[in-house]
Design a protein around this ligand. Structure first.
Ligand code: BGC
Length: 441
């Protein structure tokens, strides 16, 4: 066998998640849930949301603020009940200017600068003559002591703004709204995007009991039948991206070592859109190193950290031309690699596919761990609501998740399905705000 084939086979074996391994990961994940719920050390933070399944009757007009990564969005949302809603206005902007004029997510920016920018976005879609109850989808690990207060535990997704970790995010937002004279905007609820996704899907389909994001970041929330806080059902934000009993490869270890927070968010670093391009880049660089990639002058380029993003990985998988000409053009135009061989392009495509399938199968294993916890004998039907670019757009990703679930469960019965739930951050924030307003009219 040629060196290249042997090397590729080694990489495939390292990245393969076999059915038996899925079972082991699911069982370990289940144990981490139990540990987290009972206050034992656990990689799962199991954060209370102070929300449970919506009744479907929530109505009203609410502002939804969505801050979960490099963009901020504001939506004016009307809930009409019976699963109906419409978005009446939208605004949004990147928090990091692509021409380098500003960057509110770097360690050069302060909490006040970041929240002033966010408040200005909110100001751009409201009128002065009425009050706006607001729900804030804040997609980072946040310790909540109630529906409207949450302290950022630590940034994820490589965000670094100073002065937010350890602070109450609702207080920071409220202060910025006051500085901008937007005192008619009234924050009522703060929630994670996984919680928003679950709420949005359950508003329409009550069989939904798991909400998940497979996008730039990764995380899952579920309805805990008996929350340790209330002994009643409550949605728990697991922060499952921090799960760590995982088959890490040398490539994962290298990515982690050079990341903002080594040791943290190990599952997220193996599965999410922010990192999968980097994993493909690290593996490709390794192939250059062992002399198995022929476009030799591309090596310097491929040495650039985070050169590849999730969209590039989609592109690699979408090219079905016989000579992979779309990949060739992209390599030339975007990465200035002009002399790639067909074999180089095939390797890139293969590595992208291996990384994506591994991601989907690891994520499915965590869903199986949750199901073991909430319905060990699978008596009921379950819908897992998922949002995010990987699940929505990555070729084969949704099918890989379903296949892994079907392999582990009784495929005939199909008691567990996954479904795309879009705009969960916007609609979910409105639902959470409706609940808050009802509780404290
Ligand atoms: C955050 C989670 C979030 C997920 C998806 C992760 O980095 O820690 O809170 O739900 O990204 O946005």
């Amino acid at each position: 066998m040629s060196n290249l084939l042997t090397e590729l086979q080694t990489i495939s074996t390292q990245l393969r998640i076999a059915p038996e391994q899925i079972k082991i990961i699911a069982t370990d994940f289940h144990q981490a849930i139990l540990d987290g719920l009972t206050g034992k050390p656990s990689p799962l933070k199991m954060l209370p949301s102070y929300l449970s399944k919506p009744s479907g009757k929530e109505t009203g007009i609410f502002l939804a603020l969505d801050f979960g990564g490099t963009n901020v969005r504001v939506l004016l949302t009307e809930l009409l009940g019976q699963g109906n809603f419409n978005v009446k206005a939208r605004a949004g902007n990147p928090l990091k200017d692509k021409n380098g004029h500003y960057n509110y997510i770097s360690d050069q920016s302060s909490a006040d600068q970041l929240f002033d920018f966010i408040a200005t976005e909110i100001g751009s879609i409201i009128k002065a003559d009425r009050n706006y109850p607001l729900g804030h989808t804040f997609s980072f690990p946040t310790h909540q002591t109630g529906l409207n207060s949450g302290t950022l535990i630590q940034w994820t997704k490589e965000i670094e703004t100073k002065g937010v970790e350890g602070k109450d995010v609702t207080a920071l937002l409220t202060a910025a709204l006051q500085r901008q004279n937007l005192t008619n905007v009234l924050p009522q609820a703060i929630l994670n995007d996984t919680v928003g996704t679950l709420l949005t899907a359950a508003y329409i389909d009550p069989s939904t009991d798991i909400g998940s994001i497979c996008g730039t970041g990764h995380n899952t929330a579920y309805i805990e039948p008996s929350s340790p806080l209330t002994n009643r059902p409550m949605i728990i934000n697991m922060e499952s991206g921090n799960f760590d009993k995982l088959p890490l490869t040398i490539y994962d270890l290298e990515l982690d070592k050079n990341s903002e927070k080594p040791g943290a968010q190990l599952l997220e670093k193996m599965v999410s859109g922010h990192y999968i391009g980097e994993l493909v880049r690290i593996i490709t660089y390794h192939l250059f190193d062992v002399g198995l990639f022929s476009a030799s002058h591309g090596k310097d380029m491929i040495a650039t950290p985070y050169l590849l993003n999730g969209a590039h990985i989609s592109l690699l998988q979408e090219d079905n031309t016989t000579d992979l000409s779309l990949i060739a053009r992209w390599l030339e135009e975007s990465l200035h690699i002009t002399n790639s061989s067909l074999q180089d392009r095939e390797i890139l495509k293969k590595i992208a596919a291996l990384i994506c399938t591994r991601s989907a199968r690891l994520v499915a294993a965590t869903y199986l761990g949750i199901l073991q916890h909430i319905d060990p004998h699978l008596k009921n039907h379950h819908t897992i609501a998922i949002d995010g670019s990987l699940y929505e757009k990555m070729p084969g990703y949704a099918a890989d998740i379903q296949q892994a679930l079907d392999q582990a469960l009784d495929a005939e019965e199909r008691k567990v399905i996954t479904t795309l739930t879009k705009d969960g951050s916007g609609i979910g924030a409105a639902i959470a705000t409706a609940v808050a307003v009802n509780e404290n009219p």
